[in-house]
Write a protein that binds this ligand. Sequence first.
Ligand code: HEC
Ligand code: HEC
Ligand code: HEC
Length: 120
Amino acid sequence: MKRAKSLFIVALLVVFAAAIAIAAENKGAKNSGGEKITVDGGSKGVVNFPHKIHQDELKDCNICHAKFPQELESIKKLKDKKELKKMQVMNEVCLKCHKAYKAEGKPKYGPINCNGCHGK
Ligand code: HEC
Ligand code: HEC
Ligand code: HEC
């Protein structure tokens, strides 16, 4: 009897854990963030970043989010904490890719000039 009871409890726990895992997964799938996000661009002016175009084009979130978490203003917070340098994301993520795509001769590569991103 005792054994059957503990088996039952174990089974319940397994079902419960699975439900939590599924809920967490659904939440992840839903929160893909805004289609357009205004990123602080310091003295050069805001960057109106087309998030969804990039998600659709690149598929892999970590191309960018390996450097900063999936939260609004996360880049600014990391810069304030000196965990990211000024213009580090701009140079090592954004421009790096746009320039590489251009050099590879890809037809679509995104802006390389300052005003293509800033103040628009
Ligand atoms: C080309 C770069 C890039 C890619 C790829 C990318 N993101 Fe983002 N994401 C950003 C930037 C930039 C921000 C804004 C960060 C800030 O405000 O400091 C952001 C912010 C977010 C936010 C918080 C903002 C909001 O509107 O809630 C979420 C959530 C997010 N991204 C999810 C995702 C997911 C999920 C993927 C993959 C499907 C993804 N991102 C792919 C660049 C990217
Ligand atoms: C592909 C888009 C893009 C282009 C092109 C671009 N920037 Fe940026 N820039 C950003 C983003 C995103 C940020 C905020 C993240 C960061 O600081 O790395 C930024 C931040 C900045 C900052 C603020 C840094 C701070 O923390 O105070 C300055 C200044 C700046 N850029 C100047 C320039 C100049 C000058 C050019 C042209 C030579 C340029 N940017 C081209 C996207 C771009
Ligand atoms: C791995 C490659 C890659 C990365 C990283 C990337 N981009 Fe782009 N970006 C592209 C491509 C490709 C396009 C052209 C998309 C199109 O025209 O459909 C583009 C287009 C753009 C455009 C122009 C969109 C339009 O409507 O014409 C802006 C602005 C831009 N990117 C800003 C940024 C900023 C800011 C970052 C960094 C936070 C960034 N990109 C990171 C590949 C990238």
